[in-house]
Every structure is written in C-alpha cells, then in structure tokens.
Design a protein around this ligand. Sequence first.
Ligand code: C2E
Ligand code: CA
Ligand code: CA
Length: 931
Amino acid sequence: MFLRQFVNNNNAAVVEMSRADFLKANLRLILAWPLLGVALCAVLWTATMLQLEAEKKVAQQQALDSVSSQSKAYGQYLLRTLEQMDQLTLQLKYEWENSRGHLRLDQLKTQGMYALPQFAIVAILDRKGQAVTATAPLTRLRTNERSDFLLRHWRSNSSALRIALGRANEAAPAATATGIDETLVHFTRRLEDEDGNFDGVLLISIHSSYFSEFYDSVNFGKLGMSAMVGEEGELFSTRLGARVLPVHAGQGTAFLDTSFLETDSGAMESGSRVAFSDKQNRYVGWQALKAYPFTAVVGFADSEMLHPYQETRTIYMGIAFAVTLLLLAFTVIATVLSLRLAWRHHQSEGVRNAYRMATEGTSDGFFIISALRGDDGGIVDFEIVDCNEPGAGYFGVRREQLLGMRLQSRAHEPYFRDLIHNYRAAMVSGFSEEEIELPDGNPFKLRWIRRRLVRSGDRLAVTLQDISTAKEHERDLRRLANEDGLTGLPNRYWLQQFLPGALARAAITRHMLALLFIDLDGFKDINDTQGHAEGDKVLRAASLRLKAVLRPGDHVVRLGGDEFVVVLDPVEDDSRAEQVAQRIAIAFDEPFYLGSERHKMGASIGISLYPRDGAETEVLLKNADIAMYAVKVAGKGHHRFFQPELFETIRSRRELEQSLVAALEQDQFLVVYQPRVDAMSGQLCSMEALVRWRHPQHGMVPPLEFIPVAESSGLISQLGEVVIEKVCQQMAHWQASGLELVPVSINVSARQFGRGDVHQVLASALARHRIDARLIEVEITESAMMDEQNRAVEQLSAIRALGVRLLVDDFGTGYSSLSQLQKFAMDGLKIDRAFTMELGRSEQGEVFVRAILSMAHALGMSVVAEGVETREQLDILRALQCNEVQGYFISRPVPAEQMQVLMRKRFLIPLPVPVSPPYSPVQGEENNTVS
Ligand code: C2E
Ligand code: CA
Ligand code: CA
C-alpha cells in the first residue's frame, strides 16, 4: 500500500513538473517527422515538377514541330493552289487570245467548266473594264476595284499573274459566315492584242475561304487556325477550327496581327509577339511561299496542343497531391505516435527515476522483480529488473551487478530457493509482508529483515528493510523488562509472567512447587553506612551465592531492594525447601568483604508451598512474604514455613509499619516530657522526653505499640532523628523564652546504634540549636548495650565525647551486671519501674534497690528511680538516698507548654508531705493518651 501510494505521488509530481520540459527535450522528435515529411514532399514535388517540365518541353516542342510542319504543308497547299490558278489563268488567256474574242465563258460554265464553288467569277474585261464574257455578273466587284486592275495591268507591260484581295463589301458585311458574300481573292492577267498592246484583263475571283480548305479537324481541333497572309501582312484567308473567318474584321481588329512575320518560316508560341483577337494563346508556325508573296500561317491552340500534357500533368499532380496528403497523414500519425511513445517512455522512466531517487534516500532496499513465463504461461523464473543502491547493498554488490539477475541461477542457495517460493506465492496473493530471521549463510550481512511484496501486473515491488537493530532493541527491551539490571537475575515482572504457567503445569502434573522469600538482614545498614555502590556489590555477591545453591531448573528472582525469591519447581515435600533454606543460610554465614571490611549479613527466609499455601501467584508470594516477616520479627537469620495463624498478626504489623512511614512523612509525632526531681530537695532537676504518635484515626498511640515495629522495620532511626530534632528545637525555644534549662534525657533504641550515626545526628542538632551538650542525656536499655556490642561501645563513647551524659534505662530487667556496664562508662542508671513498684510491698524489693544504689554510687553513677507512684515509695527512695525520682506521683509526662509551667515552679515535691494530688496538666496529658 505504501509503495503504491508512494509511486503514485511521485508519478504525479514528476509528470506535472516536466510536461513542458518534456516537449522541449523532445523538440527534435517533434520536428523530425514533419521535417522528414516536408523533405519527402519537396523531393516528390521537385521530381514531379521536373518531370512535368520535361514533358511540357516535349509537348511544346511537339507543338512547335507540329505547327511548323503544318505550316509547311499549308504552304505547299497554297503554293499548289496558286500555281493552279496561275496555270488556269494562263491557259484561259491563251484560249481567249486564240478564240479571237469568241470564247464564251458563260457557255463554258454551263458545260461544267469553272463551275466549282470556289470560282466566284471568271471574266474577261475589255480595256474599259466592261465584261466581255463572264461566268457571273460582275456586280460583286466594286467599280474602283475593277478600275484598279485595269489601271495596274495597263500601266505594267508584265503579263504576270496579279493576286489581290477583294475589298470588304459594305453591302455584305464581313461578319457573315455563309461563304457566299465573303471576300474574294482576285487573280488577274493582262490581255494583249497581237501588237502587244493592252487589251483588257482576265479575272478569276476565288472565294477567299477556298484557301483555307487545308484543314483537318484532328490537327486543328476547335481552336486551331490557319491564315494566308499577303505581302503586306493582310489576311487573304483565315480559318478558326471548322469556321472560316471573314478576312476583313470590319470595325474590329483583325483576327491575327501578322506583324511577327519577319522571317520566311518559323514556329513560336504566341504571347507577347503574336496576338489573336480571341485572346487565345497558340503555337504558331509559318512558311513563306517561294513563288508567290504569301505566307502560310498555322496556329494550334495551346490548350489543345498541350492537352495531353495537361492531362498527364493533372494525373501527376493528382498523384503528387495524394502522396503529399499521405505523407502529411503519415507525418502527423508518426509524430503523434512517437511522441506518445516517448511520453510513455518518459513517464515510466520518470516514475522509475523518481521512485529510485526517493528510494535511494532511505536505507530500505527496493526491487522490481519481473515474472518470467514459460510457453504454457506458468512462471518459470524471476528477474530483477530494477533496484536501488541500498537494495543492492543488501547483497553486497552494486546495482548494475544485480540488474538482470535471474533467481533460478542461484536456486541452489537455500535463501533464493525460499525466495522463489515466496515470490510465487505473492504473485498469487498479490501481497505479503513478513519479518524474517535470516539463517546463517544467507547472502545478506543482516540478521533480521522485513520483506514486503506487492504485485503489480506481472511484476513484484519488493521492499527489504533491515530491522536487525529494531529486533535487537526489542529483545533488549524484553530482557530489560524481565531482567534486573543490577544482578542480571529475572525480575518481579518476569516472575509474574512465569509463575502462572509454572503453577498451571504443576496443577496438571500434580507436583508441588516452593517459593522462598528471602530478605537480607542488615543490608539496609550496609547500604546506609557504606553507600549505594557498595550496597550494589553486596547485592550482586548475594545473588551469586543464591544461584550457587540451586539446581539448574530452579530460579532466583530479585524482587527489588534486598528481597529475592527462589522458585523450586518441582519439590517433593517440605524437606527439599528446607534443605535449600539451610543451604542459603550457610552460604550467608560467610561474611561479605567490602575492601578490607567484613560484613556479616544473614538472610531471613519465608517459605510457601503450592498447593498447600495457595493456588495463585499473588497468594503464594504474599504468604512467603508473611513467613519471611515472621522470621524478621522473631529475630532474623532463620527460615520458616508459612502458617495460616501467622497471617493476621503479621498483616497488622505490616500495616502498622506502612502507617508509620506515612506518619513520619506527615509529621504526626510529638514529644512529651516527664519531670525528674531531686529526691532530697524535690526540685526539678531534669526531664525525660517521650515520643507520642498522634494518629489521625486512632488518636494518641502509646510508644510501646509502635516502637517495636519501628525498630524491626528500621524506621526507628528516622524516628529517633525526629525526636532529637524536636527536643533540641524545644530546648532552644525554652532557652529563648528565658527559662532556666534542665537536662533532658532522650531514649535511644539499640537499633539506632546499628546505623551508627546517632552521635552525628545529636552533634548536628545541638550545634544547630546552640544547645549545651551537658543539657542532654541519652537513655539506653541494658539489652541494647548487650545486643550490638561493638557498635554500641563506639557510638556511646562518641556520644559521651560530645559531653552528653549516658544513662542505663530499665536497669534490672536484663541480665547484665554492673561490672559489665562499667566498661561503657555510663554516668547513671534508671531503676526499672518493676523494682520501684516492689518498694513498700516486699522486703526483697527494698534489698534489691539498696544493693543497686550502693553499687552505683560506688562506681560513681547517679541513680534515677522510675515509676514512683506513691508517697511511700518516695520516702523509701529518699531514705535509701536515691538521687532522682520520676513517676506519676510527681507528674505524668506532659506536653511542652505544661512542662514550661513546671519548670518555672521548680519545686515539684511539696516537702515534707505532698499536700496536693498530681497536677492538672499531667491529667490533661494522660487524658489524651490512649491506653
Ligand atoms: P521507659 O524509657 O521506661 O519510659 C518510662 C515509661 O514509664 C513511660 O511510658 C512513662 O510514661 C511511664 N511511667 C512514668 N512514670 C510512671 C508511673 O509512675 N507509673 C507507670 N505505670 N508508668 C510510668 P511511655 O511513655 O508509655 O513509654 C514507654 C516506653 O517507650 C519507654 O519506656 C521507652 O522505652 C519507649 N520510648 C518512649 N519514648 C521513646 C523514644 O523517644 N525513643 C525510644 N527509643 N523509646 C521511647
Ligand atoms: Ca526511658
Ligand atoms: Ca525505663
């Protein structure tokens, strides 16, 4: 689809852009055919014209020859005729002279002589011009004509024949063509008597038309003419076609202007020199008669003479025109066809170029594959007809090397065998697209390609795309999603994908599966004290240890932080899971080394079993987690199986833990203060800071409900910081209010020493609020000092070095002896409430307190008695010389504002006998407390 669109778009662009350019580029082509046509026409017409010219010349020459010979023939004819007339007149003269005037011409005519139509008049005229004898009356002769003959023959002694043209008869106009009244030609001879004197004239008048009898319609046609021209150029006889023309033109011009007759004979084409009154052009030939002063003129009409030529010419021209038209048509068709062909070629070339140009820009390979068909029409092979450079690049060759390649030629390679198969399939389906992981030994240097095949007619447009990187990336992403980046172990996401399937398989094969939820003990401390980079090292080392104890089919997953899950699939019973748990414990016995430092880090393991402890992933995970938590609460470093009864208690603890986190974030803690007074003077000498949690729903939560959770979850450090900060802030405030400060003791949990920064927190808080270190005391329980020995010793001496006094809290509840405490260099100790309670009740209580007091004093430590609730207890403690007393009898723990009142009051125990019950502020505090 993309490909098709792409080609179309480019096609349109290319075509639009280059239509004008195309015409310009193909100007030669556009002109070639017309030029060729014109050239051919020119040749044709030149040849035709030359041929016609030649033929015309021949025709003209023939015409000239013809008129020439006809004029000669006519000349012969005239000559003969005139000779006859000569003889006739001569003969008649003799006959007349011999007859001595007795010859009767009229009688001769009746006898048939001179009866031919040409003879108009035959007559003998006497000296006076009177007709002696005649074949016809002389009325047709005009008087002056007659006298003209007489005069001329009288004057001249010559007996030679005279020929003269009769004058036009006014009575009978020349225009008449009847031939009867036409002009006559007079032949006359002088008659003489014996003495040789003029004796009259012999006259024979011949119709002038007689001299034009030389005529044949074949040669003369309708417009052919002949003329007998006299010495003076006068016409004696003219004929036009079959018609005899009058010699005298009357008022009009003569039929023929004879001025051209300068030579005896010749032939020419009429025109400038010869003019006919009928405006007809003619070929004219003429021949002068030798014996008589006449010229025979013959003219054949151009149109008739050249008629055959004209016909030929018409045919020639017709043919030439037809050929020209054919050539024209051919030229137009050829131009259009070749332009169309060129345009189509240009278009397809343009499309192909654009296609290639566009595709060269990408890294995708494009191929045009042509299907080659056999005789039966089936596809026998495929040929690469086009491709772009990247496409060739995929094969590691240049484009030219690939063009024309037949796939069958490489069918021995598996890749091409498959390719042919795919192409065949695409030729049927019209489209295919697939992502292919290339096998080894493929012709590409790639791993993954996407191949698209689009059929178009008998061709396939093939797009190859290198998707190796994308695939790699995809794989990385999949791995990243499933893998923990730090340890390379599968992650929680993987577990969530994996477990349901594993459980389903277990359900089918009815085998058991164990989840071991592992939390590293003390990892947070390492992370906090050594830094995250070191923490990461430990996690990596821990993950290796976990892997080392497992069978190949088992899985270790890092859930996050220091939490891991081991999946044992399958397990036969509890014991196998237990074994693994033990092996893990052993693996973690070995300390971790960070540089030169050794770090002991145990593992708390909770185990849940499928199907016993749950059928679903989440349930099994949660139960293993609860079991692990139970281990943590119980003191870490062990493993235990999930038990349903664990569930409720653990869950509430976990919830409490979560709300503690929120409480810290939302500053829901506050500090109350309980006074400690000097047992002898009853004066306020110090006070204990006690934390309270003002829970938004549950009101005041007493410390005993949340301190253990804060300790086990590690939140105690943060809480301890909050308390230190609030106490110092409060003291600074009191100081600023001008109150005389007394030392404040702060409870520090054993877990806080684990992190090792109590003394820094203290130091910085004191410095920030400008509190004298001697005004701060730290209470540590006995167990705290025993638990984390090394760490506590260091921390305690550091704290002491600040100038802070150290008190042993809840003394007597543990198993430590005073001598043991001595090494901690404690400044004092607080006798636990349980012992104070015994005072006045049993002898033993008093004995115990007395012993403590004497030993403490011997060691230079002061002693505080906690939980003093009665006057009696107070009195006993005084008697035993206890240094300080603290308890409800003096005051309950009170908010800071009320403590302020007590501070001003100073004397809190009315001596010798207390007169009033505990103070109202104290009660107020307790009212707020949830018990
Ligand atoms: P503790 O350090 O032994 O604190 C003395 C506890 O005895 C206080 O309880 C106090 O209210 C109570 N008390 C004082 N006089 C009398 C009395 O005459 N009769 C009776 N029945 N009780 C009396 P509280 O405030 O509930 O504290 C409980 C424990 O919580 C403390 O025991 C201490 O271990 C811990 N705690 C309190 N505040 C903090 C703190 O800021 N940090 C740490 N780490 N622990 C604290
Ligand atoms: Ca305390
Ligand atoms: Ca205590």
